[in-house]
Design a protein around this ligand. Structure first.
Ligand code: ZN
Ligand code: FE
Length: 246
């Protein structure tokens, strides 16, 4: 469990490489993509926190697996998910679309549709002193999500939307894949000093059992080959290459 002091955002590691994010104030909390319920319940109860909302970026079981049990525990919780995903996220009770604005924990949140990994994937953008983006499985540090349901073009356009956000945006993704992504990237750009430095930094964090997430958009622009891809052709080549890389 790790604590981002400035943002009050905690990450709980579950399953093999998932991270559940909990954003809290003194009284209540918002949980992003609860793969499992138990560790979330334990954290919230031991900190006397009410669960105000569950944010679902997409329907995969490693993102919604704990939601039903959390609803049992907090029957009034808002379950926020894409309006287009009512079949696969049936327990949603606040259905949202691209561009919708909500208020959570006294902050404004904007829904941004970022399709590609699935055909309805959404992200949640909190406008704060340091803006925060919960991006689910669309972007990872030094990588991006696999394209399961969308097209290369859709994923490429989703990454373009992310690039337009303020450069100081802190990005919280749902998987700890950073090290293997960096090794893949280094294979492509062996001379890229930024990637080399990031790998050293990440290895240190891993040795200390720390998370390598969140990451800053500005820094990601230097090391993420998918964000740096100048056109769809390069992006598609990289994505296919990464799919085949072990
Ligand atoms: Zn997924
Ligand atoms: Fe996932």
């Amino acid at each position: 469990m790790e604590f981002n002091k400035e943002q009050n955002i905690f990450g709980i590691r579950v399953l093999s490489d998932n991270v559940i994010w909990i954003w809290r104030n003194n009284k209540s909390a918002v949980v992003v993509d609860p793969a499992l319920a138990k560790p979330v319940i334990k954290y919230l109860k031991s900190n006397n926190l009410d669960l105000d909302a569950i944010l679902q970026t997409h329907h995969h079981s490693d993102h919604i697996g704990g939601t039903k049990e959390l609803i049992k525990e907090w029957p009034n919780v808002k379950v926020i998910a894409s309006k287009k995903e009512k079949d696969r996220i049936p327990f949603q009770n606040l259905s949202v679309s691209n561009g919708d604005k909500l208020r959570l924990l006294n902050k404004e949140v904007e829904v941004i549709e970022v399709i590609g990994h699935t055909r309805t994937h959404i992200a949640f953008y909190f406008m704060d002193k340091v803006p925060v983006l919960f991006i689910g499985d669309t972007l990872f540090s030094a990588g991006c999500g696999r394209i399961f349901e969308g097209t290369y073009k859709q994923m490429y356009d989703s990454l373009k939307k992310i690039k337009l956000l303020p450069q100081n945006t802190l990005i919280y993704c749902a998987h700890e894949y950073t090290k293997s992504n960096l090794l893949w990237a280094l294979n492509h750009e062996p001379e890229n000093q930024n990637i080399k430095n990031k790998l050293i930094e990440v290895e240190k964090k891993i040795a200390l059992k720390e998370l390598t997430i969140p990451f800053l958009l500005e820094e990601e622009m230097k090391i993420n080959l998918f964000l740096r891809a100048d056109n769809l052709k390069i992006f598609s080549y990289l994505r296919a290459n990464k799919d085949a890389w072990v």
